[in-house]
Ligand binder design. Structure first.
Ligand code: PLP
Length: 353
């Protein structure tokens, strides 16, 4: 009988990452920062019209899409690559620049996939904690952590789950210090914040910026993300990507989504309005929260987390426990006003029990 194959050491050392994604369909999903209303009707039109037999039988083509995405982002087509979600472009950047034994600077807490892919390539995440209690960006600590083994720095701005940002000046001092390293800024929540680092690309050959269609555009199930950098870097990252990694429907839908600017603008307007209402309600309820630049808010429930979370689940509402990262906290996605009002009523009821 043959022996089982021996997993790579990097994989053996990784803990499985199983976010609670199952059985959420019927609930009010305020746990993964998705668009609570869903995608533009223009995207649904594409889904209705395109799945002909010929279309589905043909491998996807990206050239025209890269041109349109480039125009949308204000860069050249040679500066764009697409991936099956931001996840896949994060993976692409880390696979391209990080060798086993290298270090990647990862903020803590931040998006789990930065450390995940660092470990998968055999690198070591060098965690730099956000400054407590305000959870502000730890610029000096990041700068001090950059050393000869650093090959990449991963920053989400706005950051998940803290919802804070890195400023342009802070990022530029990191770009200057991380000479020869890939500095990846994940702008998954850009639409809710409105400021991008893409304008810095001509000046910084070590900058990479990622965007997703999973959040404001409401297309998390379709899996498409974009990464932009200087053209030479994009060519390097693309060498390590599958030539047909993003499915053709996702590509068509992304193009329909960026054309429907009004839809996203209106959704963002509703979220920002609801976020204001949520934060005012937290103030009134004396619930501590951290200022948000995204479509979610991190808030503190202390020892009541489990009780409140299960009471909300009983009322059909999901939020995400963050107490493993910031003790006593949970993260709630902000959707339109109606969903936020429903969440607040349920929270009040849960706290009163
Ligand atoms: C900072 C950040 N980046 C990326 C993603 C996921 O993006 P995608 O669905 O495009 O892989 C998330 C999702 O939670 C996130 O918080």
């Amino acid at each position: 009988m043959a022996n089982a194959p021996i997993p790579r050491e990097a994989v053996r050392k990784m803990a499985p990452y199983n976010p609670p994604l199952e059985g959420r369909g019927e609930m009010l999903r305020l746990d993964f920062n998705e668009n609570v209303s869903g995608c533009s009707p223009k995207v649904l039109e594409v889904l209705r019209e395109h799945p002909t037999r010929g279309f589905l039988a043909t491998y996807p083509e990206y050239a025209a899409a890269r041109r349109k995405l480039a125009a949308h982002l204000g860069v050249n087509a040679s500066q764009v690559t697409v991936g099956a979600g931001t996840d896949e472009v994060i993976s692409g950047v880390l696979h391209a620049y990080v060798d086993p034994g290298d270090e990647v600077i990862v903020l803590k807490p931040s998006f789990a996939m930065f450390a995940f892919y660092t470990q998968l390539v055999g690198g070591t995440p060098r965690f730099v904690p956000y400054r407590t209690p305000e959870l502000t960006f730890p610029l000096e600590e990041v700068l001090e952590s950059i050393g000869p083994r650093t090959r990449a720095v991963c920053i989400a701005s706005p950051n998940n789950p803290t919802a804070g940002i890195v400023s342009k000046a802070e990022l530029e001092s990191i770009l200057a210090a991380a000479d020869g390293c890939a500095v990846l800024v994940d702008e998954a929540y850009f639409d809710f914040h409105g400021e991008t680092m893409i304008g810095l690309l001509p000046r910084w050959p070590n900058l990479f910026v990622a965007r997703t269609f999973s959040k404001a555009y409401g297309m998390a199930g379709l899996r498409i993300g974009v990464m932009v950098s200087q053209a030479d870097n994009v060519a390097v990252v693309r060498k390590g990507q599958s030539p047909y990694g993003v499915n053709s429907l996702a590509v068509r839908c992304a193009l329909a989504a960026i054309e429907d600017k009004l839809y996203v603008r209106e959704y963002v307007r509703q979220v920002l309005q609801a976020r204001q209402l949520l934060c005012s309600a937290f103030d009134e309820m004396k619930v501590r929260y951290w200022p948000s630049h995204a479509n979610f808010v991190l808030f503190e429930l202390g020892g009541h987390i489990d009780r409140v979370r299960s009471s909300l689940a009983g009322q059909g509402i999901l939020i995400r426990d963050q107490s493993a990262h910031v003790p006593g906290t949970a993260r709630v996605t902000v959707g339109p006003l109606q969903e936020t009002v429903r969440f607040l009523a349920a929270l009040k009821e849960a706290l009163a029990r």
